[in-house]
Ligand binder design. Structure first.
Ligand code: HEC
Ligand code: HEC
Length: 291
């Protein structure tokens, strides 16, 4: 007797399992037996939906939190974190006080957050050496870190900061096209492929550039590109140029080059659609199993 009791107790079993099989299967009428899987199925399906929605919500929060400016960080906190990144990755060429280092790097006082965003997000900075021309490379820092570096440089010398709000206007593509032909096409080409310039330099392709990179390129005029100040090209005209470039690019490239090309909002939609699809499959599977 005592042995029989000890063994299931140690294993964490309760004697309910053999009891239920003998009692309920024989004694209980048929109706409750049919209802139970239905109820269980409904509870399981609800649990799966709640679980999946929670997971998707979590994934979306993570995703949304990793891009864009963070609300939880004040400019001073951002700048303090940016200083640390600067001291490990930029100081050897640009100097402890952003004064520049002769033969290595130009002064960064007053270049502003927009220039840092453009240079670091396109992988031009941190430079690896004295290349004649800085070219686009995969970025070394994520979006948050780039904004921290920008906040630090901005806090030290001021200048043009990273633009916020809507950067793309698509209501008047004709106007955007005219502005592009007038101001950009001579160097970047009508199809955004880029073109050689004098002295062995070249204007790069615009195919990889994001809205913010196009906008900050215009604001800061990297290397041989002229600066297009807000007096020359108003913010609204800049948005129209961005809208034109991005819309024509999208129409030239209907197959797509992976979801990194279509931007955060579309990526969120892709995650959402995939999540709903997964829920449908799980519900169908539970249904098939319990029938
Ligand atoms: C190996 C040296 C080197 C390192 C490291 C380096 N830079 Fe530079 N940086 C340069 C040089 C050289 C230029 C000028 C490039 C040019 O003429 O196009 C430059 C230009 C820039 C500019 C453009 C300045 C302007 O007037 O528009 C910015 C912004 C910048 N760097 C930021 C950074 C940041 C931020 C880091 C660290 C993440 C960094 N750089 C690391 C060498 C360096
Ligand atoms: C005089 C020639 C010239 C003109 C005009 C010009 N650019 Fe540029 N642009 C350049 C050069 C050169 C670079 C590369 C700078 C570098 O590597 O530091 C560049 C870089 C860029 C980039 C970065 C591309 C990437 O993916 O790295 C963008 C975006 C851009 N230009 C947009 C524009 C827009 C928009 C206009 C018109 C408003 C324009 N440019 C007008 C010469 C020009």
């Amino acid at each position: 007797m005592s042995e029989e009791f000890d063994v299931p107790d140690e294993l964490g079993f309760t004697p309910a399992v053999p009891d239920a099989s003998t009692d309920r299967d024989d004694a209980a009428p048929r109706r409750p037996k049919r209802r139970r899987p239905g109820l269980r199925r409904r509870i399981a399906a609800t649990a799966v939906i709640v679980g999946a929605l929670a997971t998707m919500g979590g994934a979306y929060t993570l995703f949304a939190g990793s891009s864009g400016a963070s609300d939880s960080n004040t400019p001073a906190e951002m700048a303090a974190k940016g200083r640390q990144l600067y001291e490990t990755s930029c100081i050897t060429c640009h100097g402890a006080n952003l004064q520049g280092v002769p033969g290595r790097g130009v002064p960064l006082l007053g270049v502003g957050g927009a220039a840092v965003y453009f240079q670091v997000s396109t992988g031009r900075m941190p430079a690896t050496g004295q290349a004649a021309e800085m070219t686009r490379k995969p970025a070394k820092f994520d979006d948050q870190q780039i904004r921290e570096l920008a906040a630090f440089v901005q806090s030290m010398g001021g200048g043009i900061d990273i633009p916020t709000g809507t950067l793309r206007a698509t209501t008047d593509l004709g106007k955007g096209g005219d502005l592009f032909r007038l101001n950009c096409a001579s160097c970047h080409g009508m199809t955004f492929k880029g073109a050689p310039l004098s002295a062995g330099k070249a204007a790069p392709s615009l195919n990889e550039a994001t809205d913010l990179q196009i906008y900050t390129a215009m604001l800061t005029g990297p290397e041989n590109m002229p600066v297009f100040s807000n007096n020359q090209i108003t913010p609204q005209e800049k948005r129209e140029i961005v809208g034109y470039i991005q819309t024509i690019k999208a129409s030239q490239d209907p197959g797509g080059h992976g979801i990194d090309r279509i931007g955060p909002v579309s990526e969120a939609i892709v995650i959402w659609v995939a999540g709903v699809g997964a829920i449908m499959i799980i519900i169908l599977w539970i249904g098939a199993k319990t029938e």
